[in-house]
Design a protein around this ligand. Structure first.
Ligand SMILES: Cc1cc2nc3c(=O)[nH]c(=O)nc-3n(C[C@H](O)[C@H](O)[C@H](O)COP(=O)(O)OP(=O)(O)OC[C@H]3O[C@@H](n4cnc5c(N)ncnc54)[C@H](O)[C@@H]3O)c2cc1C
Length: 366
């Protein structure tokens, strides 16, 4: 039986441990903290799952496959609420998405802004050209999803070890112990750049979001205003109505970043809410978490062999849109580790041309 050590139990590492254990590997999964913890990028409340990726077919297919795998995981982790794109321009990113979704046979419908009130109660249609609806997209419960993946991995025989890991040649040191395996995969999120600074140039930024109190009458779809750039979802139990600004925040140390959003972030979320969902303008804040992105230059993920250590692999670069893809990326990685597929060239190490359109039209604040 081949053996693997996976370091990092975020969406990528937990999905991979689960996948490999299911394929009969002997798996040790290592993390500094219990799965779903608040310092991880995969922690916290919710993440959107959407197949729209502009004209990008690879990520469209990856998201669609991931959706199947999340549904298989079950446990209510994936809520098929639909995702509504609040489109400002007829010929923008969403039009490219719509073309690709139709070509891929993924359900999508275009509707007049007023019609979208049935998806998003209280939506103000002002300034919208139309709404693009992905009815089979939705919202994932994030920390809960990671825990469910780890639990299934354990049920499939994987061993979870809590402790800080460091590379030791081709092996993994955790305290006094050195773990060796046929494959070692470092899936350490924002910390990957610190562990392998000469190979992985990641930009780690502070991101803030606000969840507003809203009763069941405010339930509905996930939503994205790509050109805004804002995104969120209608009320989802037990978290509330989410509003988040999708520009890259300031650089941050993932070990020292705040766990709560600041006043300014909450104020601008409320301003957006007042503009787009005016009836909720005075809703109380339920919670306002902070998180971080681990950004590659071009927002493609990273998965590649370590050039100096046979059997060692690097996995990460979620770039603010990686959560949903975890199980599908893990399927690809497992296939590569099993010798059945070549690694996806777009995930390779090396220089990349800057770009962020897999996630947002927004830019970094000055
Ligand atoms: C505010 C916000 C909103 C987002 N919205 C979406 C969305 O709507 N849809 C979407 O798909 N994605 C979204 N994302 C992006 C997504 O959450 C990330 O891309 C994804 O969670 C990254 O997962 P990861 O496994 O790479 O990292 P992490 O979840 O950070 O996992 C890495 C793990 O490695 C562990 N680790 C690190 N170093 C070591 C070490 N030396 N020893 C042991 N363990 C170690 C850490 O403790 C951590 O648990 C969002 C992110 C944020 C912050």
């Amino acid at each position: 039986m081949p053996a693997a050590v996976v370091v990092g139990a975020g969406t990528f590492g937990a999905s991979l441990a689960d996948r490999l254990a299911g394929e009969g590997w002997e798996v040790t999964l290592v993390d500094r903290f219990a799965p779903g913890h608040a310092r991880a990028e995969s922690g916290g409340e919710t993440r959107l799952l959407r197949c729209s990726h502009g004209d990008d077919v690879l990520y469209t297919r990856l998201a669609r496959r991931a959706r199947e795998l999340w549904l298989e995981l079950g446990g209510g982790v994936f809520v098929e609420s639909g995702v509504a794109w609040l489109v400002r321009r007829e010929d923008g990113w969403e039009a490219e998405s719509e073309r690709v979704l139709r070509a891929e046979g993924i359900p999508v419908e275009r509707m007049a802004p007023e019609e979208a009130l049935r998806l998003l109660p209280g939506l103000s249609p002002d300034g919208l050209a139309h709404v693009l609806h992905e009815p089979e997209a939705g919202v994932l419960h994030a920390a809960r999803g990671v825990r469910a993946l780890v639990e299934r991995a354990q049920a499939r025989g994987a061993r979870l070890e809590l402790g800080e890991a460091e590379p030791e040649g081709g092996a993994v040191r955790v305290g006094e112990r050195v773990l060796e395996a046929d494959a070692v995969v470092w899936a350490c999120g924002a910390w990957l750049g610190r562990l392998f600074p000469e190979l992985v140039p990641l930009r780690v930024t502070l991101q803030q979001l606000t969840l507003f109190e809203a009763g069941p009458e405010w339930a509905g779809a996930g939503w994205v205003d790509f050109d805004g750039p804002w995104y969120g979802h209608a009320a989802i139990e037990p978290h509330g109505f989410k509003v988040a600004h999708d520009v890259d925040g300031p650089p941050v140390d993932p070990d020292a970043r705040p766990l709560e959003a600041g006043e300014q972030a909450m104020r601008s979320a409320r301003e957006y809410l007042a503009m787009r969902f005016p009836e909720l303008a005075d809703a109380r804040v339920a919670s306002a978490p902070a998180c971080h992105y681990s950004l590659t230059a071009d927002s493609n993920f990273l998965f590649a062999a370590h050039p100096g250590e046979p059997g060692v692999w690097l996995l990460g670069g979620g770039s603010g849109h990686g959560f949903k893809h975890g199980p599908a990326v893990a399927e690809h990685v497992a296939s590569v580790l099993g010798g059945h597929t070549e690694p996806e060239p777009r995930f390779a190490l090396g220089r990349r041309r800057p770009g962020r359109k897999l996630r947002t039209a927004g830019s970094s604040p000055p």
